[in-house]
Design a protein around this ligand. Structure first.
Ligand code: NDP
Length: 315
């Protein structure tokens, strides 16, 4: 078992983690970034990103994350391709253990572990990922201008995504498994009033089909009931909006976490309920979940950590 120390330990490597790394390393804090299970985070799974300021012609998700990683490294972030599996926030320095059992003792910790979109678990979701299957309408909606799409889910996110997509696509099917929407009444009203959104209640997805990408989906109405009926819909895009799961499991014992699993921070700061532990990006953001907002909070977390270290004469 190896033991190392760090003034700033950053757990996670999406836009929040790397941005925290850029700021902390430029402040001469020699941060250590544990990249986690999916180095680069959710954006490594998208194709083109067109809404991150500074890229007028768009940029590929993996390319942007490589750039952010290089930028963090250039100023002295030490990047470790491993996963923190256990933390002890009972006292400082905080003890954090990786999957090999190696321990890093950190004066401050910045949590940037992100959130993962939930999927239905169909093999076709994997097969067509990036080829018509998406869990982010804001990221990918633009590619479906004047096309037909389906959105799965009946909550506020699904309605919001359907409304957003309805401004681009020619037709939006909202696939809802229950006979009603869970979304707020105001949101429901907007959805029902939008001409090109068709809500299909009591429907579930069986699979997708298409040659080089999604061309349609197989669905079932009133699954398991005597009047069950299977049907196909021609669609070009299939959007999941059945919720996100923040990756915060290992922090539950120590941090103030809401009922959905998001870490509560003392906004506008990134401070958590444990002094010296900060959280940034999607793991602490139930409402925006954008690359640019994650990068912004990553910056704030690094500045919060730096100020904390200053106040404790550890910088
Ligand atoms: P929710 O948990 O509220 O809704 C998830 C939806 O997905 C439900 O309709 C659920 O169906 C459905 N679903 C879950 N699993 C499956 C499945 N396997 N197959 C089919 N459907 C499934 O998540 P949201 O992301 O919509 O919202 C999360 C929180 O964020 C909520 O509190 C919401 O109010 C809030 N929010 C607020 C917004 C706003 O105010 N503008 C915008 C976006 C989110 P079922 O109902 O049957 O369980």
């Amino acid at each position: 078992m190896e033991e190392t120390t760090a003034k700033v330990l950053i757990i996670g490597s999406g836009p929040a983690g790397y941005t925290a790394g850029i700021y902390a390393s430029r402040a001469n804090l020699n941060p250590v970034i544990y990249e986690g299970e999916q180095p680069g985070g959710q954006l490594t799974q998208t194709t083109e990103i067109e809404n991150f300021p500074g890229y007028p012609n768009g940029v590929q998700g993996p390319e942007m994350m490589n750039d952010l990683r290089d930028q963090a490294e250039r100023f002295g972030s030490r990047i470790i391709p491993r996963i923190i599996t256990k933390v002890d926030f009972s006292k400082r320095p905080f003890r954090c253990e990786d999957e090999r059992g190696d321990v890093i003792e950190a004066n401050t910790v910045i949590i940037c572990t992100g959130a993962s979109a939930k999927y239905l678990g169909l093999p076709d979701e994997e097969k067509y990922r990036g080829l018509g299957v998406s869990a982010c309408a804001t990221c990918d909606g633009f590619f479906y201008r004047k096309k037909r799409v389906a959105v799965v889910g009946g909550g506020d996110t699904a309605c919001e995504e359907a409304l957003y997509l309805s401004t681009l696509a020619s037709k939006v099917f909202l696939i809802v498994r229950k006979p009603y929407l869970r979304a707020s009444k105001a949101m429901q009203k907007k959805v029902f009033e939008r001409e090109n959104i068709q809500v299909l209640f009591e429907c579930n997805t069986l699979g997708l089909f298409g040659e080089d990408g999604v061309e349609g989906g197989h669905f079932v109405y009133r699954k398991g009931e005597p009047d069950q009926q299977e049907f196909d819909l021609p669609i070009d895009g299939f959007f999941l909006a059945i919720g996100h799961r923040p990756n915060t499991e290992i922090f539950r014992e120590w941090l103030d976490i809401d009922s959905e699993g998001y870490i509560n921070v003392q906004a506008p700061s990134t401070r958590t309920n444990v002094e010296g532990v900060f959280a940034a990006g999607d793991c602490a953001d139930p409402s925006y979940r954008q690359a640019i907002s994650a990068a912004g909070t990553g910056c704030r977390a690094a500045i919060d950590a730096e100020r904390f270290l200053m106040n404790h004469d550890e910088h």
